[in-house]
Design a protein. Structure first.
Length: 344
C-alpha cells in the first residue's frame, strides 16, 4: 500500500512493476518493413525483460513467442492476445495514479492523434487488459477526454509538463478552452501546476508536438531537452524559443530547473521527408535508461553522456531506433511503464 495522503501522478522513475509493448504485425502500418521493426522491438523487449516484467499485447501471441523465445527472458514475459491497430503503447496505454488504496488506472480516449489514423482497436486495449485481469488496480473510465501518455510529463511532486499545440488541438478536446483543460488536468491528476510549452516541434511528427519528443522531466528538478545549435536547421528558431521558455519555468519551490541539453540528431530522410529523430524519447526503467540511437556515433555518444548526468547510477543503454522513426515515433512512444503492483 502506498503511504500517501493525496493521489499522485508518479514520475516515470518511480519504482515499476513492468512495461507494456504492443507488438507490430502485418495488419499494421509496419507491413512494408515488418522484419526490420520487429527486430527493433526484439531488442527493446530483451532489455526490458532482463530487468523487469514485460507485457506484450498482440493478436498473434504464438508468433511473437516464436520470435522472442531464444533472445528474451521469458520468465519475465506476459503475452496477452488482443486486437490492435498499431504499436504506440505510450498513447493507448493506461495512465497510472497512485493513492493510499493502491494504483488507479485511468483509461483516456485515444483517437489516433487527433483523428489522423484508425484507433478503434487500440482504444479498447486498456479495457481488454483490465477485463482479462492482466492489469491490477482500480479502473477509472476517462473516455470522455482525449489524452495520450506521450503528451504529458510528471515529476511526481505536483508539476505537469505539456505542450499547447497538442493539448489544444481542435481534433482532441476542441470544445474546451485552455483554462478548462488545465482545470481538468489539475483535478484529475491532483497536480499543483501545469507548465505549458508554447514552442518546439519536430519535422515529420504526427502527434502535434508530444512533449516526450522534446522535453523530459528527470530526477532532482532536472530537465533534459532537445537543443538545436545549427542556425541553418529548420528547427533552430522554434527550439531556441523553447529553450528560452524552459529557462523561465520554476519548480513549486520557485527555483529554476537544472537544464541539460540533448543533441539534435543529424537529419534522417526517407523519400526526401525528414523523420522525427530525437534523443528525448528515452524510457526510464528501474535501474536503467533505454535511449534511441540513430547510427550517428558522435551524437549517440553525446546523448548518452547527457543522460548519465540526468540519471546518475543508472545504466544507459542505446537501442537503434532508425526503424521506429520511419513511422514517426521512437522508443518511448512504443512503451508504457506501470508502477509497482500493477503487473504481476
Amino acid at each position: 500500500m502506498v503511504d500517501i495522503a493525496t493521489p499522485i501522478l508518479p514520475a516515470e522513475w518511480t519504482r515499476q512493476s513492468g512495461v507494456q509493448l504492443t507488438w507490430p504485425h502485418a495488419a499494421t502500418d509496419w507491413a512494408y518493413m515488418l522484419d526490420e521493426v520487429q527486430t527493433c522491438f526484439l531488442h527493446i523487449a530483451r532489455e526490458i525483460a532482463a530487468r523487469e516484467l514485460l507485457l506484450i499485447v498482440t493478436p498473434e501471441p504464438e508468433e511473437v513467442k516464436r520470435q522472442i523465445f531464444d533472445t528474451v527472458n521469458m520468465e519475465n514475459v506476459r503475452l496477452v492476445q488482443c486486437a490492435t491497430n498499431d504499436t504506440w503503447a505510450r498513447d493507448h496505454g493506461a495512465i497510472t495514479m497512485l493513492d493510499a488504496g493502491g494504483p488507479v488506472l485511468l483509461d483516456f480516449k485515444f483517437n489516433g492523434w487527433g483523428l489522423k489514423f484508425a484507433s478503434d482497436k487500440d482504444n479498447l486495449i486498456t479495457r481488454r487488459l483490465m477485463e482479462a485481469g492482466v492489469l491490477h488496480g482500480k479502473y477509472v473510465n476517462c473516455l470522455g477526454f482525449v489524452l495520450e501518455g506521450g503528451s504529458i510529463e510528471s515529476d511526481g511532486k505536483g508539476t505537469l509538463l505539456t505542450t499547447s499545440k497538442c493539448l489544444l488541438s481542435s481534433n482532441r478536446n476542441g470544445q474546451l478552452t485552455q483554462t478548462e483543460i488545465e482545470t481538468y488536468l489539475r483535478n484529475t491528476f491532483h497536480v499543483r501546476q501545469v507548465l505549458w510549452l508554447e514552442h518546439g516541434y519536430l519535422a515529420g511528427d504526427d502527434t502535434d508536438s508530444h512533449v516526450d519528443t522534446l522535453v523530459r522531466l528527470c530526477p532532482n528538478d532536472t530537465v533534459a531537452y532537445v537543443q538545436c545549435t545549427d542556425v541553418a536547421d529548420e528547427h533552430y528558431e522554434a527550439l531556441r524559443l523553447m529553450e528560452e521558455q524552459l529557462k523561465m519555468f520554476r519548480t513549486l519551490r520557485g527555483e529554476p530547473y537544472r537544464l541539460l541539453p540533448l543533441p539534435m540528431p543529424d537529419a534522417v530522410l526517407e523519400d526526401g521527408e525528414r523523420l522525427p529523430a530525437t534523443y528525448a524519447n528515452f524510457l526510464i526503467l528501474n535501474e536503467a535508461v533505454l535511449y534511441p540511437t540513430y547510427n550517428q556515433p558522435d551524437n549517440d555518444r553525446r546523448a548518452a553522456e547527457v543522460l548519465r548526468q540526468a540519471f546518475p547510477g543508472y545504466e544507459i543503454v542505446g537501442i537503434d531506433c532508425r526503424a521506429l522513426i520511419c513511422q514517426h515515433g521512437s522508443l518511448h512512444c512504443v512503451t508504457m511503464q506501470y508502477p509497482a503492483g500493477i503487473l504481476q
